[in-house]
Design a protein around this ligand. Structure first.
Ligand code: F3S
Length: 393
C-alpha cells in the first residue's frame, strides 16, 4: 500500500499516539482488502454506541481513545444508543445502565463526534453529496447513502469508522471503486408500493442474494427517502447488501447495461414467504416503530392516522423512535403521538435493553424483525403500521 510522506509520518507517531493507532488500523484494513492507497473522506458515521452492545470493554476502549487525545477531523455523527438520553426512565432503564450510557456519549462528545444518536443522519446534519467518499458504519445508513445518494462507503465496523473519522481518510478499496459498485443480479420487483412492501421486498432479496449488488426493475419512480431507507435496512439485515441500484430511482442506475444479468422475480409469492419468515408472534406487548428512525413525513402520517382516536385500555405499549432533531421539528404531530406512547429520541428498539421488560414486539421493519429475536429475545409480529395499530384503538 502506498502512503504519502505525511501519512508515513502519522504512522511513525509524529502526530501522536492516537493518530498513529488510527493509521495502523487503516493500513491493516487496506492491506487485507488490497487497497493501493488512502483517500480523503468528507464525513463519518459511527456505530458501537449502545452500552448494551459494547459493554464495559467498549467503554474502556473509548476511554483509552480520549485519554490518548483522539479527535475526529471530519463531520462525524453517532448511531442510536441504548436509551433516550433524557427520557430513559420511561423505558425502564436501570440507573446503572444509564450512567454507563451517558459516559459513552460523553466520551464520543469529547472526541468531537456530534452525539445526535440517530441512524438517519442523512435526513439532517450529515448529508453526503453524490460522489463523496465517506466512512459510515450502520448498515442501513451506509446502504442508503451508497445507493440513494451515490456517495461511496464500505460497510465499516465501529473501530474502522472511528479511525477514519480521526484521520479524515479511509483505505481505498471496495465500494469506493467503480468496479465494485456494478450490479450483479437483476431483481424484477412487483410490489404494491407501500413502505411495508419495501420491508418485505428487502427481506426477500437479502435472503436470496446475500452480499451481491442488486439492480431493481419495477420499483415506483416516486420511491423516496422513506422507502429507500426501509429497503436498505431490510436488505442489510436479511443479507449483507451495502449498495443497490433501481431503474429511474437511484443516481447511478443509468450507468449500467443489465441485459445479461441473472434475473430473480420477487412478487406476491416471494413476499408472502418473507412475511411468514418474519412473523413469529400472534400478539404483542410492545409496538416499536422507527427502524430506521422515523422521518418528519412518517411522523405526520402516523399522527394523521391517530388523530381523534383514543388508546384502548390494556393495549400494547407503543414507542415511536426518531432523532431528537426530528422530534423537535414535529411539535403538534408529536403531541398526538404522545397520547399513545413516548416519542423517543437517541435510541431504538434493537439497541435498547428491551428484553428485561418485553418478549413480544410488533414492528413494520424487516431489519428490526431480523435483529429483535437474536439481540433482544423477542417474538415478532411484522406488519404494516395500520395493521399494528388495530390492537391500539
Ligand atoms: Fe436504526 Fe436501530 Fe433500526 S439503529 S436501523 S432503528 S436497528
Amino acid at each position: 500500500m502506498e502512503l504519502r510522506p505525511d501519512e508515513e509520518n502519522i504512522l511513525k507517531g509524529e502526530e501522536g499516539e492516537s493518530r498513529r493507532k488510527a493509521m495502523e488500523l487503516l493500513v491493516a484494513l487496506g492491506k487485507v482488502y488490497g487497497a493501493e492507497d488512502l483517500i480523503d473522506i468528507t464525513s463519518a458515521h459511527l456505530s458501537g454506541a449502545s452500552y448494551k452492545t459494547i459493554g464495559d470493554g467498549g467503554l474502556k476502549y473509548l476511554g483509552d481513545q480520549v485519554a490518548g487525545g483522539a479527535k475526529v477531523s471530519v463531520l462525524t455523527t453517532l448511531n442510536p444508543v441504548g436509551m433516550d438520553l433524557c427520557r430513559w426512565k420511561e423505558m425502564h432503564i436501570s440507573e446503572k445502565f444509564a450512567v454507563k450510557q451517558q459516559k459513552i456519549v460523553e466520551l464520543y462528545g469529547k472526541m468531537g463526534v456530534r452525539t445526535t444518536c440517530s441512524c438517519t443522519p442523512y435526513t439532517g446534519e450529515n448529508v453526503p453529496k453524490f460522489g463523496d467518499h465517506v466512512a459510515w458504519a450502520e448498515s442501513s445508513a451506509l446502504s442508503f447513502v451508497n445507493s440513494f445518494i451515490g456517495a461511496r462507503t464500505n460497510r465499516e465496523g465501529g473501530p474502522g469508522a472511528l479511525a477514519a473519522a480521526i484521520l479524515g481518510k479511509t483505505a481505498n478499496y471496495g465500494l469506493h471503486l467503480d468496479d465494485k459498485r456494478v450490479p450483479s443480479v437483476l431483481i424484477d420487483a412487483d410490489i404494491d408500493g407501500s413502505v411495508f412492501s419495501y420491508s418485505l421486498l428487502g427481506q426477500a432479496v437479502g435472503c436470496a442474494i446475500g452480499c451481491r449488488v442488486p439492480y431493481f426493475r419495477g420499483l415506483p419512480k416516486d420511491t423516496g427517502v422513506e422507502e429507500a431507507k426501509t429497503l436498505s435496512a431490510a436488505m442489510a439485515a436479511a443479507g449483507s447488501v451495502a449498495i443497490w441500484h433501481a431503474e429511474n430511482v437511484t443516481p447511478e442506475a443509468g450507468n449500467y447495461d443489465v441485459s445479461d444479468l441473472e434475473v430473480i422475480h420477487v412478487g406476491k409469492e416471494e413476499l408472502k414467504v418473507a412475511y411468514d419468515t418474519l412473523n413469529t408472534a400472534d400478539d404483542v406487548q410492545l409496538i416499536a416503530l422507527g427502524c430506521p428512525h422515523l422521518t418528519e413525513k412518517e411522523i405526520h402520517e402516523i399522527a394523521t392516522m391517530l388523530k381523534g382516536k383514543k388508546k384502548k385500555q390494556g393495549s400494547p405499549v407503543i414507542w415511536f423512535c426518531t432523532s431528537a432533531a426530528t422530534r423537535e421539528k414535529c411539535g403538534e404531530d408529536v403531541r398526538i403521538l404522545e397520547e399513545f406512547g413516548p416519542v423517543l429520541a437517541d435510541t431504538c428498539m434493537v439497541v435498547a435493553p428491551i428484553e428485561g421488560t418485553f418478549s413480544r414486539t410488533g414492528t413494520n421493519s424487516a431489519k428490526a424483525g431480523n435483529y429483535l429475536p437474536a439481540l433482544c429475545s423477542q417474538s415478532i409480529m411484522c406488519e404494516d403500521i395500520a395493521k399494528l395499530m388495530e390492537a391500539v384503538y
